[in-house]
Write a protein that binds this ligand. Structure first.
Ligand code: HDE
Length: 706
C-alpha cells in the first residue's frame, strides 16, 4: 500500500479559481498525485514497498539475475519507455506558468469572457521554442522562436500559438511538410542540426518566392534574440473577434516585451552556442527564480472588412503584415510569467497546443495556412502523446468543467459514472445520470459565419493578391536602420556561402533583386557571384511606406532591467570599487556576475576574499550584456597572460557592448584591441549609463559587413 493516502493537490497561490478569480484549483479531473511525489517510503508502481534500491535479485552474490525480480523489471521497463516522440518542429522548448490580466476591456468587440473586465486574470502556460533543431539542440541558432500561450479561461482553453515573427514562410498548409523537410537536418546525413544555412533549405526557399518576406525577417536580428524575455510574439494569422451580437472585427494579436526588444550580434550568437547550450532556457528559469518575472503587453490590431478590402495585400495571407502605422496596436492586457514548471516532461514536454482551441468571442478566418493548422496540431498530439485522451493531462486539461459523451481510449484517466454515454437520452427521467446538454446560447457556434453562404467552385488555386511576394519584403528592408540592413545582407551572405550546390545562391539573389537592388548587389558581392538576372515577379510590387515599428534598433529600450553585467576581477582587485560598481548597477535594475580566474577565494586588495560567480575559462563575455574590468596593476599583469581574459574583453567590445574599466586595466584593454569611443568608459555613473545600450556605431571598426 502507498505509505500516504493520495490526496488532491493543494491549491497554489499562483493557481486561480477561474470561476471566482480566487486562488485554488478547479480542475474537474485531477489525477492522483502518486506516492512517488512525496517524501516517504519508496514503492513500486503497484504500491509495494521496496527494501533495496541498490541491488538486483540474484542467484548468489555474483548472479545470474533472477527474472522474478519485479522491482528491477518494473524500474527498467519504465525507464526504457521514458522518451516520447519529439515534436516534428519546435522540438526544443522552454515553458513557464503565469497569468494574463486585462488592462483595457475588449468587450466592445469580443464577447470572450477573458477579455471583459479590467483587472480580470486568467492563468496561462507559455512555451517558447526554436523551430528546426531537435529537443537536445542549442538555444541560440539563427531560427524563428515559437511563442505559444495556453489561456485556461473560464470558458475553456484558448491557445494562441504564435511566433516571434509576424509572417510565415508559406501561404498554404499544403507546403508545410516540404518547408519543414527542407529546413531540418538533411535526410541522408542528419546535419546540420538546428540551422537553415544548408543546401536543402535554400534550394526550397529560392524556388518559393512566397518565402521572401519571411526570409527578410529570418535573416534579421529577430532570429538571434538576446533573451526569450526580449522577443515579441505574434498570432501571425488574421483572426476574428466576435461581439455578443455576432458582429465581427478582424484582429491581429501582438505580444510586446516590457524589457524591450533586444538581439545579439551574429558572431555573439555563434559563440553563445559553445558558451551555454541552454542560454535562453537558463535565462528564463533564473529570471523567474530571482523574481524578475518576464512580462509582455498583449496588443490587438482591429480592423473591418472595408479596411481589408482596401489593402493592396490580402489579410488572409500569412506572408503579410498589417502595418502598425495603418492600424495601431491597442494594448489590452499584460502577461506575467511567475512560476517555473515543477516538472519539465509533465508540463513543457506534454503541453499540447492546438490553434483550434478557441473560445466564444474569438474565431478563425479562412487563411489557408491557419485552416491547415486546425487539423495538424490535434493530429500531431495523438502521435506525440499516444492517446486521444491527451487533454486529460494536467497541463492540458481545462480549468473549467468539461463534460461530454466521449469515452474510453488509451490511458483514460476519468471514471465516468452511469450508463449515459449517448445523447439524446432520457435516463435522468428515470433517476439516473443523464449527462450534459447543449448550450445553444453560450456555446461556441462559429457565430461569425453561421448562416452565411460559404459555397464556391472547387479549386486548387491561390487568391490573386497572394501573388505579390515582394512589396512587404521591401517594406521590411527599408524600415530597418542602416546597421540592421547590413546585418540582413551579411546573414544572407553567411547562409548562402554555406550552400554547396551551384545555382542556388544565384537563384536567391535573383529573387532579392525584386526586394532591393542594393541588397541583391551586396549579397552577390559578399558571396562572390555575378549579379544574376532579376527573377520574374508574378505580380507587380507596390511601394509601401516604411514603418519604424519593424525595426529592433529603433525600438530598443535603454535600460539595465533584465540585463546582466559581467565584472572581471582578479587577485588584488579593490573591493570598495567593486562594491560601488555593484551598487550602481543594481540600483539601475541590472544584475552583476563576478568572473575571476578561480571561483573561490579571490583575494581583494584589503586582504579579504570573495567568491566569483563564474570561472574565467568557462564564463566568456557572450553571457553578459556589458562588462566591467575591475583589476589592480598586478591583476592586470596576471590577466595579460590569460587568453580567456583578453578574449573576454575583445569579444565584449566586438559584440558592441559597453566596456567599463578601472585605470589599471588599460594594458588589458589595449591588448584586446579596445579603442576609445562610445560605450568605452571609466567605472562609475558613466559606465552604469553606458551599460544600458549596445553600440552599433562601433561595428564598422570591428567587422566588415556586407
Ligand atoms: Fe506550427 N506546428 N504549423 N506553426 N507551431 C507545430 O504541433 C503546423 C505554423 C507553432 O510549443 C506542431 O504540437 C502546420 C505557423 C508553434 O508546443 C505541428 C503549419 C506558426 C509550435 C505544427 C504550421 C506556427 C508549433 C508540431 C502550416 C506561427 C510549437 C508539434 C499550416 C503562427 C508549439 C505540435 C509548442 C508546432 C504544424 C505553421 C507556430 C506539426 C501544419 C504559421 C509555436 O502540428
Amino acid at each position: 500500500m502507498p505509505n500516504k493516502k493520495p490526496s488532491k493537490p493543494k491549491p497554489r497561490s499562483q493557481d486561480f479559481d477561474v470561476a471566482t478569480g480566487a486562488g485554488g484549483e478547479t480542475h474537474q479531473h485531477v489525477p492522483h498525485e502518486g506516492p512517488h511525489h512525496a517524501d516517504g517510503h519508496l514503492s513500486t508502481n503497484q504500491g509495494i514497498r521496496v527494501s533495496d534500491n541498490q541491488n538486483s535479485l540474484k542467484s548468489g552474490s555474483r548472479g545470474p539475475a533472477l527474472l522474478e525480480d519485479f522491482v528491477l523489471r518494473e524500474k527498467i521497463f519504465h525507464f526504457d519507455h521514458e522518451r516520447i516522440p519529439e515534436r516534428i518542429v519546435h522540438a526544443r522548448g522552454s515553458g513557464a506558468h503565469g497569468y494574463f490580466e486585462v488592462t483595457r476591456s475588449l468587450s466592445d468587440v469580443s464577447k470572450a469572457n477573458l477579455f471583459q473586465k479590467k483587472g480580470q486574470k486568467t492563468p496561462v502556460f507559455v512555451r517558447f521554442s526554436t523551430v528546426a533543431g531537435g529537443a537536445g539542440s542549442v538555444d541560440t541558432p539563427r531560427d524563428v522562436r515559437g511563442f505559444a500561450v495556453k489561456f485556461y479561461t473560464q470558458e475553456g482553453n484558448w491557445d494562441l500559438v504564435g511566433n516571434n515573427i509576424p509572417v510565415f514562410f508559406i501561404q498554404d498548409a499544403m507546403k508545410f511538410p516540404d518547408l519543414v523537410h527542407a529546413v531540418k537536418m538533411e535526410a541522408d546525413r542528419a546535419f546540420p542540426q538546428a540551422g537553415s544555412a544548408h543546401d536543402t533549405f535554400w534550394d526550397f526557399a529560392s524556388l518559393m518566392p512566397e518565402t521572401t518576406h519571411m526570409l527578410m525577417w529570418a535573416m534579421s536580428d529577430r532570429t538571434i534574440p538576446r533573451s526569450l524575455r526580449m522577443i515579441e510574439g505574434f498570432g501571425v494569422h488574421t483572426f476574428k473577434l466576435v461581439d455578443a451580437k455576432g458582429k465581427v472585427t478582424f484582429c491581429k494579436f501582438h505580444w510586446k516585451p516590457r524589457l524591450g526588444l533586444q538581439s545579439t550580434v551574429w558572431e555573439e550568437a555563434v559563440k553563445l552556442q559553445s558558451a551555454d547550450n541552454d542560454y535562453h532556457r537558463r535565462d528564463l528559469w533564473e529570471s523567474i527564480v530571482n523574481g524578475n518575472f518576464p512580462e509582455w503587453d498583449l496588443g490587438v490590431q482591429l480592423f473591418d472588412q472595408a479596411f481589408a478590402d482596401a489593402q493592396t495585400y490580402d489579410v488572409l495571407d500569412a506572408t503579410k503584415i498589417v502595418p502598425e502605422d495603418d492600424i495601431p496596436v491597442r494594448i489590452v492586457g499584460r502577461m506575467v510569467l511567475d512560476r517555473n514548471p515543477d516538472n519539465f516532461f509533465a508540463e513543457t514536454e506534454q503541453v499540447a497546443f492546438c490553434p483550434a482551441n478557441i473560445v466564444p468571442g474569438i474565431d478563425f478566418t479562412d487563411d489557408p495556412l491557419l485552416q491547415g493548422r486546425l487539423f495538424s496540431y490535434l493530429d500531431t498530439q495523438k502521435s506525440r502523446l499516444g492517446t486521444a485522451n491527451f487533454h486529460q493531462l494536467p497541463i492540458n486539461a481545462p480549468k473549467c468543467p468539461y463534460l461530454n459523451f466521449q469515452r474510453d481510449g488509451q490511458m483514460q484517466m476519468n471514471v465516468p459514472k452511469g450508463r449515459a454515454n449517448y445523447e439524446p437520452n432520457s435516463l435522468k427521467e428515470h433517476g439516473e445520470i443523464g449527462g450534459p446538454r447543449e448550450c445553444p446560447v453560450t456555446g461556441f457556434a462559429s457565430t461569425s459565419d453561421l448562416g452565411k453562404n460559404v459555397s464556391g467552385d472547387k479549386l486548387r488555386v491561390r487568391a490573386e493578391l497572394f501573388a505579390d511576394h515582394y512589396s512587404q519584403a521591401r517594406l521590411f528592408f527599408l524600415s530597418q536602420t542602416e546597421n540592421e540592413q547590413a546585418h540582413i545582407a551579411s546573414s544572407f551572405v553567411f547562409e548562402l556561402s554555406k550552400v554547396q550546390l551551384e545555382g542556388i545562391p544565384a537563384r536567391m539573389v535573383a529573387n532579392l533583386r525584386n526586394v532591393d537592388e542594393g541588397l541583391a548587389k551586396r549579397v552577390a558581392a559578399g558571396i562572390g557571384i555575378d549579379l544574376p538576372a532579376k527573377a520574374k515577379a508574378a505580380r507587380r510590387s507596390v511601394e509601401m511606406t516604411p514603418s519604424d515599428a519593424l525595426s529592433i534598433q529603433k525600438n530598443m529600450k535603454k535600460t539595465l532591467e533584465g540585463r546582466t553585467v559581467g565584472v572581471l576581477v582578479a587577485d588584488g582587485t579593490d573591493g570598495a570599487e567593486l562594491k560601488k560598481l555593484r551598487a550602481g548597477i543594481e540600483a539601475a535594475g541590472g544584475a552583476v556576475k563576478v568572473v575571476a580566474p578561480k571561483v573561490a577565494k579571490v583575494a581583494l586588495a584589503d586582504g579579504s576574499t570573495i567568491s566569483a560567480d563564474g570561472q574565467l575559462a568557462g564564463t566568456p563575455s557572450q553571457l553578459f550584456d556589458a562588462i566591467a574590468v575591475v583589476i589592480s596593476a598586478d591583476g592586470c599583469a596576471a590577466l595579460l597572460k590569460e587568453s580567456a581574459a583578453v578574449q573576454f574583453v575583445m569579444d565584449a567590445y566586438g559584440h558592441l557592448k559597453a566596456v567599463g574599466s578601472s585605470d589599471a586595466a588599460a594594458p588589458l584593454l589595449k591588448k584586446a584591441g579596445v579603442e576609445p569611443g562610445s560605450g568605452v568608459t571609466k567605472l562609475g555613473n558613466a559606465f552604469v549609463e553606458a551599460a544600458k545600450s549596445r553600440y552599433f556605431e562601433r561595428e564598422p571598426a570591428v567587422r566588415t559587413l556586407a
